[in-house]
Design a protein around this ligand. Structure first.
Ligand code: C5P
Length: 332
């Protein structure tokens, strides 16, 4: 088979706590990540020339090396030079539905889809741990995007522990289309402003932290995880948490305004996803999500503001063509 089509879901952060600095320049994190049905479609096709071609129907998506999907092909060609020589280059076509530069891992999930697509196209038969290792080389969120569902993510974000699935919940997402927040800026600003008090916030200690800093049980034993195990929407809603809000909300009044509008909307809870600027509201049902969308839409009348309603998903990358299947890797 010379081409594959894959579904690449977005993610939201139900929980993001910054625990400390790492020697590699990144931050030690404790996160709970959730896939949602809002997804891009990534088509990958073998072409005769030894080139990488990226196409996308969204004008803000770069088509060069700055696109993580492009870098995923580059990485695979370096790791498997014989396949690159044997099968030739690839063309990647991305049908963009996930808002761009939004804190929803749109670029990361496209890269995860490329890894799965090339594994199939080049008949590599990589195991799930092998794919996860390649994914971690591309970015901190790429391993989660590959696996999907609901998971605790620690380390840089690449160490995953799956949680029971939460697929009955809905979210309303809102983002100012022309607003982007640099992830590197958000983390650097957090470090300079809060680096002397990592992991000591009251909110964090209530919801997740019960053990000393940087011990693995800290994240696993928290009340947020209990809420997820019990599928308790009110509890999950109350315990949504994101340390990066402390730097993004004061610097981006539009994001703060969205957060406040969602706070007053009757949702189970609301939070910024990742480094923003997308804000989401957790909802019990699709009907509730539609009501909240209309409420916030009429509260903030702004032509630049985009809204999406999506459902929690229990999967990461899915192959939809040539045959519909859930990608789970080779479980060796
Ligand atoms: O891993 P990724 O390339 O997605 O990260 C983007 C940026 O976010 C990094 O360059 C870094 O500045 C910041 N980051 C961090 N600590 C993490 C993850 C990301 O400081 N655990």
């Amino acid at each position: 088979m010379r081409s594959y089509s894959l579904i690449a879901p977005a993610k939201i952060n139900l929980y993001l706590e910054i625990l400390g600095d790492r020697a590699d320049g990144y931050h030690e994190l404790a996160m709970i990540l959730q896939s949602i049905e809002l997804a891009d479609q990534v088509n990958i096709r073998a072409i005769g020339t030894q080139t990488i071609q990226v196409h996308c129907d969204h004008p803000q998506v770069p088509l060069d090396k700055t696109n993580l999907a492009y870098r995923a092909v580059e990485l695979m060609s370096q790791e498997f030079p014989d396949c690159w020589a044997q099968f030739g280059g690839v063309e990647i076509s991305i049908q963009k539905n996930i808002p761009v530069a939004a804190g929803l891992a749109g670029g990361s999930t496209n890269a995860a889809a490329v890894l799965v697509g090339l594994d199939m196209l080049w008949q590599l038969g990589l195991t799930q741990p092998e794919l996860q290792e390649l994914a971690a080389k591309l970015g901190s969120d790429v391993p989660f995007c590959l696996a999907g569902g609901t998971a605790i993510a620690t380390g840089r974000g690449e160490e995953l522990d799956p949680l029971p699935s939460l697929d009955s919940f809905y979210v309303v997402l809102a983002k100012h289309q022309n607003l982007a927040v640099s992830t590197a800026w958000a983390y650097q600003t957090y470090r300079s402003e809060f680096g002397n008090s990592y992991g000591r916030s009251d909110r964090a200690s209530k919801s997740i932290a019960t053990e000393p800093l940087n011990t693995p049980t800290r994240v696993h034993s928290g009340s947020m995880v209990q809420g997820i195990i019990n599928k308790n929407g009110s509890k999950i809603g109350q315990l949504l948490y994101n340390d990066l809000e402390k730097v993004v909300l004061p610097n981006y009044p539009q994001v703060l305004q969205l957060r406040q509008a969602f706070e007053n909307s009757g949702a189970l809870g609301t939070m910024m996803s990742g480094s923003g600027p997308t804000v989401f509201a957790l909802c019990q049902s699709q009907e509730q999500a539609q009501e909240i969308l209309q409420q916030v839409q009429s509260a903030i009348r702004c032509p630049d503001l985009g809204f999406w309603v999506s459902k929690f998903a229990r999967h990461g990358i899915q192959i939809i063509s040539p045959q519909k299947s859930l990608f789970i890797g080779n479980r060796e």
